[in-house]
Structures are given as structure tokens and as C-alpha cells.
Design a binder for this molecule. Structure first.
Ligand SMILES: *Cc1c(COP(=O)(O)O)cnc(C)c1O
Length: 361
């Protein structure tokens, strides 16, 4: 579906890292990558971690999500988004998505809050459960930007911190600004199937120096710097990215712009073809720039989707449906949700088609 492509300085940097013997979390490639990523996304701070899921967990932790809190997100997402909320002992609330962006619907979010929430002592409280609504995680589905400005504005009115799940969206922009830099924090993934990869990896973006410092601290076991003592001032995590992975990633980031151009060319060819045969190929909205991480078509019905998938599989073409909706999975079936009309519509119709970088055109 999306193969990694190693066409740059990968071998040179990884070999250099091995020769240095600094293969673990202390090493120059980690800080080099963090600096280059922050520059690329035009934000103040980037912190590299072991994967996108741990990035989400650390981000939820620093905005203060605690056991029994509630976190707004979408059911139309990869399971990692909902898992990270559960790791904090909190519960997801699933808000419906929009058909065109496939991301959280700002109007559904607004309606849910107006009907179910109130502000008590500066905090947003779910009136039905009495629990705090402690964060909101919209997800930029397949690299298509959600209506992030409007979501941030609604959340600000309700005193809810925003964590963008931009795991799929490195290189995508909304009104010319990188995704992952609108919310209080943004999360990226560098898993093997993402647009650039470190084998496994993730990052947190933020313009808030307090959050950045706290994330660095808790992701390195909360160890207090000292000449020789091992003192840890709170419960910490071992989430920092190893230097070996960062070396690979530095080489990948150098090629990101080239990947984006190449993928857009493929997207344009797909669009021409699917327009001609009357199939909806998912495209970015006017003021948005998608990275076209996974390209999608929207078929007419569940029956058409299934027969398309079966034809592709028997022809040896990689194609797959979108994820099953979170509230239909055993771990999340008890969760609060709205009607999920659009999520259900998309889940029955969206198919991802081969989206890899092509070294030969
Ligand atoms: C890939 C992904 C993540 C994080 O995945 P990791 O495999 O832990 O790096 C989180 N959310 C979404 C939507 C993803 O696609």
C-alpha cells in the first residue's frame, strides 16, 4: 500500500551512527532530526519518541488527562488514537466526521458540547457523567487536513486543549501552515508505512516551551540530571527515539519534498482516470494541501466496496478498506458517541489503493 523508499543518505547516516557506538537515545542524530523537523514544520519544538502511539500518550499526559477524564476524538481513525486515551485511564467520546475531509466534524463537535457540556470553575465538564472533558484529538485522515481552525476555536471556547493526531499528515498543510502546529500539541508517526519512516518512531510538535520540556523529561524516565545519582521525580516513561532510528529518519526527511511531488503526480493521474470512469477519488479542499499519504476512492455501497476489494485481491493488487469504527471494537464499545452517520457512510465505501513513491514513472 505504501512501501518505504530509501534513495538518499540512509546507509551513510546509519553506518556513521553504528561507528559512533551511540546507537541508543543519546546521540547527535536525535537532536539533529528534532531541529530539522521543527524547521520543516515551522514550529518551536519537536521531540522524537519511539512511535506515534507513545507520542499521543505523552501529549495527553502533559495536558493533564487523568483517570476517568473524557477525551473527544473520532471513531473513524486508526486504533492507536483511542488506545492512547485508554492508557491514561480516560475514555474516548466519539464525534462524527465530515464526508469530504474524513476528519472530525466541527459542527458535530459544537453540537455535542452544547448539548452535553458545561463550564464549571474553568473546566469543561460532561453534565451527564460529571467527568472532565480534558482534551480533543482530531485526526487528519490519510493526510487530508480536517477543519482544524474551526475545531481549535470551538475547543478554546470550551477550555479544551487540542492534540492533533497528524500521524498520517506530515507534509500536509492548512492555509499554508503545517498540520500538527495548530493545536496545543501535534503528533506524528514514522512507522514503516508512513510517508517517511525510522522503522518505528514518532514525534510531538509544540510551540509551548513548558510542554516541550515536560515531554522531554517524562519520556526519559523523569530522571533529574545529576553527576551520579539516579533520582526520578515522578512516574516516567522510556519513550525516547534511539539514535539509530533518528539516523535513518534524518536521511528520510531530506527526501520528503521529493516524495510529496512524486505522490501528487500519482494522485493527479489517479484523479484523471477515476473522473473518466465516474468513481470518486478523494481530493483536498481549496485552502488545503494534502500529502496524499494513502490515496482513497469512495465507492457507492458496501456491496460495491466488497466486490472491488475481492477483484483487487484476486488480481494481486493491494487494496484495503478503512478501519472498523472504534465503537464497534470490544475495547471501546461502551464509549459515548453521537450518531456516527458519516463515519458509517465512509467506513462502508472508502478503499485505499496503492500509494507508494514510484522510482520509475
Ligand atoms: C500510524 C498512526 C498512529 C501512530 O502509530 P505508531 O504505529 O504507533 O507510530 C496514530 N494515529 C494514526 C491515525 C495513525 O495512522
Amino acid at each position: 500500500m505504501h512501501e518505504p523508499f530509501f534513495g538518499g543518505n540512509e546507509k551513510e547516516y546509519v553506518l556513521d551512527c553504528i561507528n559512533s557506538t551511540f546507537v541508543s537515545s543519546i546521540g547527535s542524530y536525535v537532536s539533529k532530526f528534532e531541529e530539522e523537523l521543527a524547521n520543516y514544520c515551522k514550529c518551536d519544538e519537536a521531540i522524537a519518541v519511539v512511535n506515534g502511539t507513545s507520542a499521543l500518550h505523552a501529549a495527553l499526559h502533559v495536558v493533564g488527562v487523568k483517570a476517568n477524564d473524557e477525551v473527544l476524538t473520532q471513531a473513524f481513525t486508526f486504533v492507536a488514537t483511542a488506545n492512547a486515551i485508554k492508557y491514561c485511564g480516560a475514555n474516548p467520546i466519539f464525534i462524527d466526521v465530515e464526508i469530504d475531509t474524513m476528519g472530525m466534524s466541527a459542527s458535530s463537535l459544537k453540537i455535542f458540547l452544547e448539548m452535553n457540556a458545561e463550564i464549571r470553575e474553568g473546566k469543561c465538564i460532561n453534565k451527564n457523567t460529571g467527568n472532565k472533558i480534558a482534551a480533543c484529538i482530531p485526526m487528519h485522515t490519510y493526510g487530508f487536513p480536517v477543519n482544524i481552525e474551526e475545531i481549535c476555536e470551538i475547543c478554546e471556547n470550551w477550555s479544551i486543549p487540542v492534540i492533533e493526531d497528524a500521524a498520517e499528515a506530515l507534509g500536509s498543510k492548512y492555509k499554508g501552515k503545517a498540520l500538527g502546529t495548530f493545536g496545543d500539541l501535534g503528533v506524528l508517526s514514522f512507522n514503516g508505512n508512513k510517508i517517511i519512516t525510522s522503522g518505528g518512531g514518532g514525534a510531538i510538535l509544540t510551540n509551548n516551551p513548558k510542554y516541550a520540556q515536560e515531554i522531554k523529561h517524562i519520556t526519559t524516565t523523569a530522571k533529574v540530571p545529576h553527576l551520579y545519582e539516579f533520582h526520578h521525580d515522578q512516574l516516567g516513561f522510556n519513550y525516547r527515539m534511539p539514535n539509530l532510528n533518528a539516523a535513518l529518519l534524518c536521511a528520510q526527511l531530506e527526501q520528503l519534498d521529493q516524495f510529496l511531488v512524486n505522490k501528487r503526480e500519482l494522485a493527479e493521474r489517479y484523479k484523471d482516470y477515476f473522473d473518466k470512469i465516474g468513481v470518486k477519488f478523494k481530493w483536498e479542499k481549496n485552502h488545503c494541501e494534502a500529502n496524499f499519504w494513502l490515496m482513497c476512492i469512495q465507492l457507492e455501497s458496501l456491496e460495491e466496496r466488497n466486490s472491488f476489494l475481492e477483484s483487487c485481491i484476486s488480481a494481486g493488487i493491494m487494496a484495503r478498506p478503512s478501519w472498523q469504527l472504534m465503537h464497534t471494537l470490544p475495547a471501546f464499545k461502551h464509549c459515548i458517541r453521537d450518531d456516527q452517520k458519516n463515519a458509517k457512510f465512509l467506513q462502508e465505501r472508502i478503499v485505499n489503493i496503492p500509494s507508494s513513491y514510484r522510482s520509475i514513472n
